[in-house]
Ligand binder design. Sequence first.
Ligand SMILES: Nc1ncnc2c1ncn2[C@@H]1O[C@H](COP(=O)(O)OP(=O)(O)OP(=O)(O)O)[C@@H](O)[C@H]1O
Ligand SMILES: [Mg+2]
Length: 499
Amino acid sequence: MSTPTLSATGIRKTFGPTVALDAAQAVLHPGEIHALMGENGSGKSTLLTILAGVQQPDQGTITLDGRVLDDLTPATARSYGIAVVSQEPQMAPALTVGENIMLGRLPVRAGKVDWRATHLRAAEVLAELHLDIDPRTPVSALPLGRRQLVEIAKALVDRPRVLLLDEATSSLDEAETRTLFGLLERMKAAGCAIAFVSHRMTEVMDHADRATVLRDGQYIGTRTLRETDERELVSMMVGRDLKSYWHKAEVSPGDRLLRMVRVSRGALKSIDLTVNAGEIVGLAGLVGSGRSALLRTIAGVKKAEAGEMFFAGHSVRIESPRQARRLGIGYVPEDRKGEGLVMHWSLYRNAGLSRVAALKALAPVTGRIDRAAYDAGTQGLKVRTSDPRQAVSELSGGNQQKVLIARELAITPRLLLLDEPTRGVDVGAKEDIYAQIAELVKGGMGLIIASSELQELLGVCDRILVLYQGQIVADLTAAEADEETLAYWASGAHEIGAA
Ligand SMILES: Nc1ncnc2c1ncn2[C@@H]1O[C@H](COP(=O)(O)OP(=O)(O)OP(=O)(O)O)[C@@H](O)[C@H]1O
Ligand SMILES: [Mg+2]
């Protein structure tokens, strides 16, 4: 085989008592798409940040074109043509898309930043990605999926030889994901070495040439995709055989829990929806179709402007998140960093938040509430932490997501709203989360899940609603729904057909 473009071998990295990597390795060849796989907390992000010069390893060797590199920093990495898209967005929301893309390399003319050239160059990069985004839009105005694409555009400005993507597709819908992989295929053809982390098995199976698996910070092995299968890769990751990640709770739906009648707000148009106790309802649709907006309305984050809502038989107006909680509505937002967790707080304190919010005014708040909430909520979820008094920011992405879900499970909600609940969650942990949720559903909890991963919806839901431009355009039972049908309704093809 050719000389590796970039290789890391024998890498060790510790954070205090945590051994994040121990004898880890990844070897990237020119013209390949390489998947880096492993459970949450197995060390994937740590390894990529080391390859990008963001963190220094305690031990190990990194080579570029066969030559040992001992001066890796973010700046030298960039000069070597190594670009990284990190797991958590690294953008300045107040700046425009173009400014973010060009940050650190703003063109200067006569001693001043040339803003025209900045936005022109950014527009070129966006066009290469087939992205229809105005470079003068502030990043704060973009939904999460678009932000992620801007982040990728930013990595491509310098035409890197090595591209490292850490869960770059986790907020993208199907069409955006296709656009991204189309681009990666072209870069691969041009000789670029690409490594990507994704917890979506289909992406790995469809696009990777080779895959390297880490477990507990250790190198388990590298496989050529043509010579392996999903089952082998999963068992390398989790160290055992997994039959299915999804747990469908077999319950007969009980009383009506939530009913929305012609509810409108902003882009949401005349939503009619019912959820019964013990029922799991899925929301499918493209980014921007209104899935998140609908969940926010039920969670009281945004007030409905028209229509009626009934909860457990009573007419209700849900005007704040606190009010929603009092009714027993739990909510896991899509953006765990922005809306969900308080990153510098401990796991305990974050877990306690939902209980505290549901308390009556002036009730005493104690650490005991936090600990009890944490213990109750994380039951069965296997959060990987050295100590629950640790700041949430120190956890791996998937483990942060588990804490966010645990916080809502801790109040045993009557209705739980989940927006992209398993974003960044590994296959084994998905199984744990859905097994836990299945128990609550058997106990009569109702559930609404919005997800871009159609397999997830098909795997767990009793009923799936498809949103298109703020309206519910299809209401399908589990038996009627399949990927093609959902994609058909979500894409608006029915309108073209009708015209
Ligand atoms: N700054 C830090 N301080 C303390 N511990 C850390 C820090 N960064 C990472 N870790 C720990 O190192 C281990 C590996 O984390 P890493 O983020 O590399 O995992 P990952 O494989 O990317 O997981 P995920 O799939 O959840 O993103 C975890 O146990 C994590 O808690
Ligand atoms: Mg990670």
